[in-house]
Design a protein around this ligand. Structure first.
Ligand SMILES: Nc1ncnc2c1ncn2[C@@H]1O[C@H](COP(=O)(O)OP(=O)(O)OP(=O)(O)O)[C@@H](O)[C@H]1O
Length: 314
């Protein structure tokens, strides 16, 4: 982590307005070589506009973008050789086969990754001779990612590669992102799926209203949340047993808040272990049977809600 030369992409104070709408309002970040860097944010946060400026498709009103030390305008052709942008599915040639699509895209570049390699990497060996129009949504997305790799780029942009795919198809795409990482590629990802961001990202950048709200690893972001955990218990003895345990839980020093609904007890505590230890000692002494117990882990979704004040929806 850290020295300036490790940055593959540096974005500084980026601005872009459409009329009175400030789509991007001072966004800055730097992505390190080999990491999966994910931008998440609510609809309209400015993710696509940011990516399109980085990809050279839109011109910023203000701010700078450095890609492998190069700049759009000065080093345009050189940048194009070094980056890979996943095309929209609609940009694929429907009547051509998987292999023919790769051939066409390959013809745009001098430096190429062998097509054989790519087909294997995106797991399309069995479908190489099929026309694009006969492929499933997930297969098309895999081909699109394959096309972004055709020039063997160092930096790859995947804009919502799994949107609309079923869970298995999404996981197949995750495998490809992990393979890219194992090859040492840097991936800039956007997604609407929190679980995906949490699973795949080395670092996550939360964007809201054109601004960066937080950047860190999923673990570190979750760690910034309050340390309280939610502990839930149900009791075989029903509401009476839960009420007795509720009294005991309220006596415990670690519990911040206790709620009971029928036979279910919910305790918010900064120290779940201590809380449970004290509570189990009590239930054991009183002969109360605990039926179920769980501690809810904080997720990236909780982080998102805490930082943006907005509910998340897939
Ligand atoms: N070409 C344009 N003309 C006018 N307004 C635009 C244009 N492109 C984007 N905007 C506005 O800029 C804001 C940011 O849009 P952007 O598409 O970058 O957000 P996003 O985070 O990618 O959203 P989503 O998650 O819905 O894809 C929105 O308010 C959007 O309506």
């Amino acid at each position: 982590m850290g020295t300036k030369s490790d940055y593959v992409l540096e974005v500084t104070d980026l601005h872009k307005s459409f009329g009175t709408v400030k789509a991007v309002d001072g966004i800055g970040f730097a992505a390190e070589r080999g990491e999966v860097f994910t931008i998440i944010g609510p609809n309209g946060a400015g993710k696509t506009t940011t990516l399109e400026m980085i990809e050279g498709l839109q011109k910023p009103d203000r701010g700078s973008i450095s890609i492998l030390g190069m700049e759009w305008g000065k080093d345009t052709e050189a940048i194009k050789m070094k980056i890979g942008v996943q095309p929209q599915s609609s940009a694929l040639f429907d009547l051509l086969t998987v292999e023919e699509n790769l051939d066409v895209f390959a013809s745009f570049y001098e430096k190429r990754r062998p097509i054989e390699d790519i087909i294997e990497m995106v797991n399309l060996s069995e479908h190489r001779g099929k026309r694009v129009k006969t492929l499933s949504g997930g297969q098309k997305q895999r081909l699109a990612i394959g096309l972004s790799m055709i020039n063997d780029p160092e930096l790859i942009f995947l804009d919502e590669p799994t949107t609309g795919l079923d869970p298995q198809a999404r996981r197949n795409i995750w495998d490809i992102v992990r393979k890219l990482k194992s090859l040492g590629k840097t991936t800039i990802l956007t997604t609407h799926y929190m679980e995906e961001a949490e699973q795949l990202s080395d670092r996550v950048c939360i964007v809201d209203q054109g601004k960066v709200i937080a950047i860190d690893s999923p673990r570190a972001l979750i760690g910034r949340l309050t340390r309280e955990r939610e502990v839930r218990l149900t009791f075989a003895g029903g509401a009476g047993a839960a009420a007795a345990a509720e009294g005991a839980a309220r006596m415990g020093a670690a519990a911040v808040r206790v709620e009971r609904e029928q036979d279910r007890l919910t305790i918010w505590t900064a120290n779940p272990e201590e809380t449970l230890y004290a509570l189990f000692r009590y239930t054991h002494e009183e002969g109360l049977a605990v039926e179920q117990v769980s501690i809810r882990e904080m997720s990236l979704e909780d982080v998102f809600i805490a930082f943006t004040g907005k509910e998340w929806r897939d």
